[in-house]
Design a protein around this ligand. Structure first.
Ligand code: HEM
Length: 412
């Protein structure tokens, strides 16, 4: 879309008043912005970035582009549990607060620790596939994509299986409060979820202190132990970072799996290619991450005056990094709107970059590869069986429901 309509689309873009058409398909708007206003000035004085080059430049410059969200979240959340939570987690802090939590978490997400999770993950995926095979008619989000990360992250933090049921709802409510606009109901839901999650974790931490797990594999034990040595975490930091970890790996990974299975429904030739050549699964997962990035937006604020893409930004300017647009930038990805399961090179920015780059990316890749790979091997002919329901969120892109028929219909 390159004509006047495209200029109009860029001109009328308002992050605080997104349309239903945008939520369904934001990419025409992102292309229009990149072409006509790659640093789009927003009503709050901030900028919305859609080119790969500037998004990368900001991610790599954590000195001049801060992740600290206290100034932004104080008016948004007031003195609430949501404010306490979002300003305490590592992703919304700068060094040195960020670095010590990051070290503790990263130490439990090493390639060795992640490889050790594969057998249990494969068994979980196969159990879900068996259960779906017995039904035929399924919802690929509820019955599959959403059922995987909750178990994986639950295991990582040692949450007993019988206590995992509320985790997904809490996670959706807390991350939902990060949308560009927030209704009073979303605000209330988010605050309730933080409070309930905190009181659950207080109890879990007390039990883990009494009976520590293996610090090589159990993140909660590592965070507790970290709290006790020189790099002490306060009790509140410990709890909020556990909540963040549970949330970070949840909806994002659900959406990676759901978006991939939805994209393959829309692109039958790519599906056939992947079914015929399962060795393409690793590059296919990278392409799903690029093509429909489950986390579409990131945020930073300038710490001092800086020139970005030819624009002078004073200190204190908020910038929104549009991952979804950067990953469709034709200057970086030839034919960017084409799904190509063998795309190479594919240096997408779905996991961010720089010091805050996703600490769980190897785990997310493993979950995506095992889940999508085993699903396709088992049900190569799955078909849509009803209208998919989109989450209608700008930041976390995915489906709430994806009804499908996975077994061939019986001939009467
Ligand atoms: C497809 C799945 C995932 C996607 C697309 C994703 C995306 C991202 C992105 C874009 C960031 C950077 C945020 C920023 O710089 O502002 C991030 C940070 C993070 N992610 Fe993920 N993530 C995924 C899965 C996971 C999983 C499974 C875990 C944990 C087990 C995880 C843990 C984290 C943590 C701890 C951070 C904060 C890192 C820091 O601030 O240093 N993520 N993720």
């Amino acid at each position: 879309m390159l004509g006047p309509a495209s200029a109009e689309l860029a001109d009328s873009f308002d992050l605080a008043a997104l349309t239903e058409a945008f939520y369904r398909d934001p990419y025409p708007t992102y292309h229009a912005l990149r072409r006509h206003a790659p640093l789009k000035r927003l009503a709050n004085g901030g900028y919305f970035l859609t080119r790969y080059a500037e998004v990368m430049q900001v991610y790599r410059d954590s000195d001049r582009f801060s992740s600290d969200k206290q100034a932004e979240f104080a008016p948004k959340f007031g003195a609430t549990p949501l404010y306490d939570h979002h300003t305490s987690s590592l992703v919304f802090n700068d060094p040195p607060r960020h670095s010590r939590v990051r070290r503790l978490i990263a130490g439990a997400l090493t390639p060795r620790a992640i490889a050790a999770m594969e057998p249990a993950l494969t068994a979980l995926v196969d159990r879900l596939l068996d259960r779906m095979a017995a039904r035929g008619s399924v919802d690929l989000i509820e019955d599959f994509a959403a059922a995987i990360p909750v178990e994986v992250i639950g295991t990582l933090l040692g949450v007993p299986v019988a206590e995992r049921a509320p985790l997904r709802g809490w996670s959706l409510a807390i991350l939902g409060a990060l949308e560009p606009t927030l209704s009073p109901a979303m605000h209330a839901r988010g605050n309730r979820a933080v409070s309930q999650f905190l009181s659950y974790l207080e109890d879990l931490v007390a039990r883990r202190r009494a009976a520590p797990g293996d610090p090589e594999q159990d993140v909660l034990t590592r965070l507790i132990a970290g709290e006790a040595d020189g790099t002490r975490l306060s009790a509140a930091e410990l709890l909020h970072n556990c909540i963040f970890l549970l949330n970070a790996g949840h909806e994002t990974t659900t959406n990676l799996i759901g978006n991939a299975l939805a994209a393959l429904l829309d692109h039958p030739a790519e599906r056939a290619r992947l079914v015929a050549l399962p060795e393409l699964m690793r590059s296919a997962v990278e392409e799903f991450l690029r093509f429909e990035s489950s986390n579409q937006l990131g945020n930073r604020i300038t710490t001092r005056p800086v020139t970005l893409g030819g624009v002078d930004l004073p200190a204190g300017t908020p910038v929104t990094l549009c991952i979804g647009a950067a990953n469709r930038d034709p200057a970086q990805f030839p034919d960017p709107d084409r799904l190509d399961v063998a795309r190479s090179p594919n240096r997408h920015v779905a996991f961010g970059a720089g010091i805050h780059a996703c600490a769980g990316l190897s785990l997310a890749r493993l979950e995506g590869t095992v889940a999508i790979g085993r699903f396709l091997a088992r049900f190569p002919d799955y078909a849509a069986a009803g209208a998919p329901v989109r989450g209608m969120r700008a930041r976390f892109r995915g489906f709430l429901s994806l009804p499908c028929q996975i077994a061939p219909a019986r001939v009467q």
